[in-house]
Design a protein around this ligand. Structure first.
Ligand code: SF4
Length: 352
């Protein structure tokens, strides 16, 4: 358990939130930010450990970051959003899930794991906007940990960013409530959602449920937000071909144009002695499955050499239109408006 001093540092960076309602018991609240819908009496914390009831009001994370950097949009990953553009990226602390293979556990599991000692850094919205301006970033993204745990703060940043002409993105586990989606989507341009696996049993191991993540992906797409999906292919957890095929069927049902990033797993966090890394062959098979099940854009990620599996090809004539090496765009043949110059097919995405 974290020391009271550490919790106090986190609690100093909170303010009354909006995504809650009064509970049945006097002075209690119900947080509605995620599907957990924690019912909290005075002084109690939600399952995430960051939102808590104080004086009959829900206090929520506000006014801090854990990390800020300028990344290429490809690193989020977004492959159908302004190729090669920079994005001012910021993270906070905490997560609604507890994945044993988390690659960002030092900030995502900060409330649960004594080894995660990153402290909140006070940050003004203006600091983030100035950082975007100084770096020439036209985009700002809430990423690194689960951003929707601090949805009110993210929303305030995005509203200010939109007023400055910036575009906005989240990289999220998709464990969001309908209330959170309704609040966020009016000022959200793009989202990359982690689909951890495609079974309820798998999600239960991580502390969540599958259906709300499916609802989130459907809801974002229906609201006109550009959606890409990432699945870390963990041997023995999320690499079953039937499960991957079912996931592809679901995603293609939302839209065959929805890009699916299949990422290679490397041992990390609580699985340092766990399964071996995903092999390039296994990842290739998973990508093939995605395409066979109707998805037009399936990408391999987290490999030193993707053998072209990170390139964007025209679904009309198969011409390679964007070639990538790592996170760098090395060739772009798509027209400025997103058309294939050979056959004229319009590729789905935000291209300018
Ligand atoms: S965001 Fe936290 S407090 Fe709110 S419902 Fe989810 S786990 Fe509970």
């Amino acid at each position: 358990m974290k020391t009271p001093e550490y919790r106090q540092r986190l609690d100093e960076h909170t303010r009354p939130g909006t995504l809650w309602r009064p509970g049945a018991a006097p002075g209690s609240v119900v947080c509605v930010a995620c599907p957990q819908r924690c019912r909290l009496e005075e002084g109690r914390r939600g399952a995430c450990g960051l939102r808590f009831c104080h004086d009959g009001v829900l206090q929520v994370p506000w006014g801090y970051t854990s990390s800020v950097a300028v990344d290429p949009l490809e690193k989020k990953p977004f492959f159908h959003v302004c190729p090669g553009a920079g994005v001012l990226s910021f993270g906070t602390l905490g997560c609604t899930l507890r994945c044993p293979f988390c690659q960002n556990w030092a900030i995502s599991q900060t409330v649960r794991d004594d080894r995660a000692l990153v402290l909140p850094r006070p940050t003004a919205i203006e600091d983030l906007l100035a950082g975007a301006a100084a770096s020439g970033s036209a985009w700002i993204a809430a990423t690194y940990n689960e951003p929707l745990i601090a949805v009110e703060w993210v929303l305030a940043v995005f509203e200010a960013a939109r007023r400055r002409g910036l575009r906005t993105a989240v990289v999220s586990n998709g464990y969001a409530s309908p209330e959170t989606l309704a609040a966020l989507t009016p000022c959200l341009d793009a989202a990359n959602i982690d689909l951890k696996c495609f079974t309820e049993a798998g999600y239960r191991q991580l502390g969540g449920h599958l259906a709300p993540v499916q609802d989130c992906i459907r809801g974002l797409h229906a609201a006109g937000v550009w959606v890409e999906v990432t699945t870390l292919v963990v041997p023995g957890f999320s690499d079953d071909p039937a499960e991957l095929a079912a996931a592809a069927d679901f995603l293609a049902g939302v839209s065959p144009d929805l890009p699916w990033h299949l990422s290679a797993y490397h041992p990390d966090y609580r699985l340092l002695d766990g399964p071996a890394p995903t092999s390039p062959e296994a990842l290739q098979s998973a990508c093939d499955l995605g395409r066979q099940h109707g998805l037009r854009f399936v990408y391999a990620g987290n490999l030193a050499d993707r053998h072209g599996q990170g390139d964007t090809r025209c679904p009309g004539c198969s011409t390679a239109l964007i070639r990538r090496r790592g996170f760098a765009v090395v060739e772009r043949h798509l027209t400025a408006e997103g058309h294939c110059p050979h056959c004229g097919t319009r590729l789905a995405g935000i291209w300018y």
